[in-house]
Design a protein around this ligand. Structure first.
Ligand SMILES: Nc1ncnc2c1ncn2[C@@H]1O[C@H](COP(=O)(O)OP(=O)(O)OP(=O)(O)O)[C@@H](O)[C@H]1O
Length: 711
């Protein structure tokens, strides 16, 4: 716009030209006055003592601008400089060189001598000289202005530095570093910098969004007190055995039974948990201690540490005095095999007591199971079982479809492998059990003792005798996620958990935070073998045939993988091998497990169906043929060996691409003592020829199986 203005009016209108010349003269005068003032100021400052100078003076530009005016003076000078800079800018725009046509017109006018008067000529000459001088001045002014701005920037920095000297040493350093970082930018943009003093925050101000590296505190999950401060249980079994007679309150009958079964001492978890359960039922199974509802109990202890006996003994003891048969204890487990195993232990300790144990897993027909649960009499239905051991699916079927099957008198609800049972799949079943337990009136007829849904204890609620329902949760990998446990609606729970310890540098052991950490049996040795996909079958054969491994439980990640590996090893020959997965009928699975238990099978290739809870004595090795994807799977798989204080070794075949993730998974769970155990390719070479022949056989077998399926 300014350029347009100059072109349109420049040199046409004499009056305007004059006004313009006057304007320029005025501006020039002002500038000269300013320069004079600046020089005066400089002299004044030079006359002042040097002591006021800040440490930043050395950084002045070679232009030698005076640097250390007091704030007041500086502000005054700046207020003077700013408008002049503005005017100067305007002037510079106005004083753009004329266009050649305009210049030509002027020259032509003078040549033909037609109209301009002498005065006008003189004026024009004078204004031209003035214009040239103004242009020269304005250039010089711009330079000066730049210098002033540079000076201002530096004096800002010096001011900051002065402020910082009052602050602590560290802040000063950071701030001056920042100022230095900004210096280049400010010097590159001197005109823009003039107004910056007001915008610039004081050095003590924290700039939000500034990315200074600061240590960020990790957010710790908030745990309820019962989870944060559990009762610690020693995990070293052998060093912490407790003679059975030393545990108070065990019934002599049960002591005898224990001895008869070769149990002279309790394992640490049993020595802690058995008295706790017995104490909570010290008033009999109908009332809690002092008439109050007993606390729920959660137990998280390593695989093979004897958790089963920790609930079997106290439950049998509490129910020894029962008069009428009702379902008083219900044990829920995720698999048929586990339920079978636990019911076996109950059978041992209830034998000869009159207590009856029913196994409900779907292995028998529904009608047969009903027969062991209830009996119809003239007076109504009566229970035939005191203790029911069940899998979730079949249990809910009986709750819904078996007339007379009542949980209204249930005193103990035991959830074994509780972390798995809390999974969505089984959660619904647990809700149904609790609902059935608080159903009240039912087909079983008269109820001597009523049961109300737990709530705040009031005078009214404590008037009539209550049958408390106590929940007992057990697992080697019990979740410590309060939200998940909340789903079980636990009442003032107590947690018993194994001590997680880490070795210090000096060899001593230090207790660690148990959150999200799992403990493994002390006697377990862990190794992993880095390998590639093709060498995995050879490695398994190498372990079995060259290393002479015996009693090996080998895990794969799928039924198909188990089956193929079984066929391959069978085709290779030289190893007594069997497979175990849900693709086999229950009878065959039972038989296989028995043979493996008896030592007739040296290698059992299995899916995770045997990973949890299965107690086979004398498993020497666990081989993770397929690396487990989850830490809990790893813990339960490797826990099939090194049980009850015996030694065991776990090998994991880990593909090289899985290695980092696998190790991180273990490290995150607090497992660090795993050894790398590479096997050289040369060791596998002698097996290759026979292996290739086995592969051909396998191909043929798979084809035959497919044909059989189709037929
Ligand atoms: N006090 C004891 N003395 C000797 N052996 C015992 C004792 N308690 C349990 N055992 C044996 O220890 C083995 C492991 O016990 P159990 O199956 O109860 O372990 P667990 O903690 O439930 O393991 P998992 O978590 O794998 O289910 C069993 O064979 C059992 O007979």
């Amino acid at each position: 716009m300014a350029l347009f203005y100059v072109r349109r009016y420049g040199g046409e209108d004499e009056q305007e030209e004059e006004a313009e010349a006057e304007d320029r003269a005025r501006v020039l005068l002002e500038r000269l006055q300013q320069q004079a003032r600046a020089r005066q100021l400089q002299k004044q400052r030079e006359a002042q003592p040097q002591g006021r100078e800040g440490p930043g003076d050395a950084g002045l530009s070679p232009g030698g601008e005076p640097g250390q005016g007091k704030g007041k003076e500086k502000r005054k000078r700046e207020s003077e400089e700013q408008p002049s800079a503005h005017r100067q800018k305007k002037l510079k725009t106005k004083q753009q060189p004329r266009s050649p046509s305009e210049e030509r017109a002027g020259t032509e006018e003078a040549a033909d001598g037609s109209s301009p008067t002498k005065k006008k000529k003189a004026n024009r000459k004078k204004s031209k000289v003035q214009q040239e001088r103004t242009e020269a001045d304005s250039e010089e002014d711009i330079k000066q202005q730049e210098n002033r701005n540079n000076f201002k920037n530096r004096s800002n920095k010096r001011k900051k530095a002065d402020e910082e000297t009052q602050g602590d040493e560290k802040e000063k350093k950071e701030s001056s570093e920042k100022a230095e970082g900004n210096q280049t930018t400010e010097e590159e943009l001197p005109l823009a910098a003039s107004g910056e003093e007001a915008d610039c925050p004081p050095s003590s101000t924290m700039i939000i969004g500034d990315y200074d590296a600061k240590p960020v505190q990790k957010v710790q999950p908030f745990l309820p007190q019962w989870l944060a401060q559990p009762k610690r249980v020693q995990k070293r079994i052998k060093d912490n055995l407790c003679p059975i007679s030393d545990v108070p309150g065990i019934h002599p009958r049960l002591l005898k039974k224990l001895q008869m079964n070769g149990i002279e001492s309790f394992f640490p978890v049993q020595a802690e948990v058995i008295p706790a359960i017995l104490q909570s039922a010290s008033n009999g199974y109908l009332l809690g201690r002092g008439g109050y509802r007993p606390k729920d109990i959660c137990v998280s202890a390593p695989t093979g540490s004897g958790k089963t006996l920790a609930f079997v003994i106290p439950i049998v003891q509490v129910l020894l005095d029962r008069v009428v048969c009702h379902v008083r204890a219900l044990v829920v487990l995720p698999t048929k095999e586990l339920a079978q195993q636990v019911s076996k232990v109950f059978n041992i300790y209830t034998d000869g007591t009159g207590l009856k144990v029913a196994l409900i897993t779907g292995q028998k027909s529904f009608a047969k199971e009903q027969e062991v649960l209830v009996q119809k009499k003239v007076t109504g239905y009566c229970s035939l079982a005191d203790i029911v051991v069940a899998t979730p699916g079949r249990l809910t079927d009986h709750i819904n479809q078996t007339p007379g099957f009542s949980l209204a008198q249930l005193r103990f609800l035991i959830v074994d492998e509780a972390d798995r049972m809390i999974d969505d799949m089984h959660q619904n079943c647990l809700n149904q059990i609790v609902k059935a337990a608080f159903q009240g009136e039912n087909d079983s007829g008269f109820m001597l003792f009523q049961r109300t849904k737990p709530g705040p204890i009031t005078a009214a609620s404590s008037c009539s005798p209550q049958i408390p329902l106590q929940k007992l949760l057990f697992s080697a990998t019990l979740t410590q996620d309060p939200e998940k446990l909340q789903q079980l609606d636990l009442f003032q729970p107590r947690l018993f958990t194994s001590v997680y310890s880490e070795k210090n540098r000096d060899g001593t052991e230090a207790e660690q935070d148990t959150n999200n950490k799992y403990t493994l049996p002390e006697e377990l040795s862990q190794c992993y073998v880095p390998c590639d996909l093709n060498s995995k079958p050879l490695l398994l054969l190498y372990f079995m045939l060259k290393m002479k491994f015996t009693r090996v439980l080998c895990f794969t990640n799928s039924r198909e993988a188990s089956h193929r590996l079984f066929l391959l090893v069978q085709a290779f020959g030289g190893v007594t091998v069997a497979e175990f997965s849900s693709r086999l009928p229950p009878n065959e699975r039972k038989r296989t497990m028995k043979e493996f238990d008896q030592g007739k099978i040296q290698l059992l290739i299995s899916t995770d169906a045997t990973a949890r809870g299965i107690d086979v004595k004398g498993v020497n090795y666990v081989i993770n043929y397929d690396a487990p994807q989850f830490i809990r799977t790893y813990i339960h798989r490797v826990g099939r060996t090194a049980r009850a204080g015996t030694a065991g070794v776990a090998f994991s075949l880990v593909l090289r691409i899985q290695e980092r993730r696998f190790l991180r998974m273990l490290r995150d769970a607090g497992i660090r003592d795993i050894q790398k155990h590479p096997v050289k390719g040369n060791s596998l070479k002698p097996l290759v020829q026979q292996y290739e022949a086995a592969l051909c056989k396998l191909e043929k077998t798979v084809k035959d199986e497919r044909a059989q399926k189709r037929a």
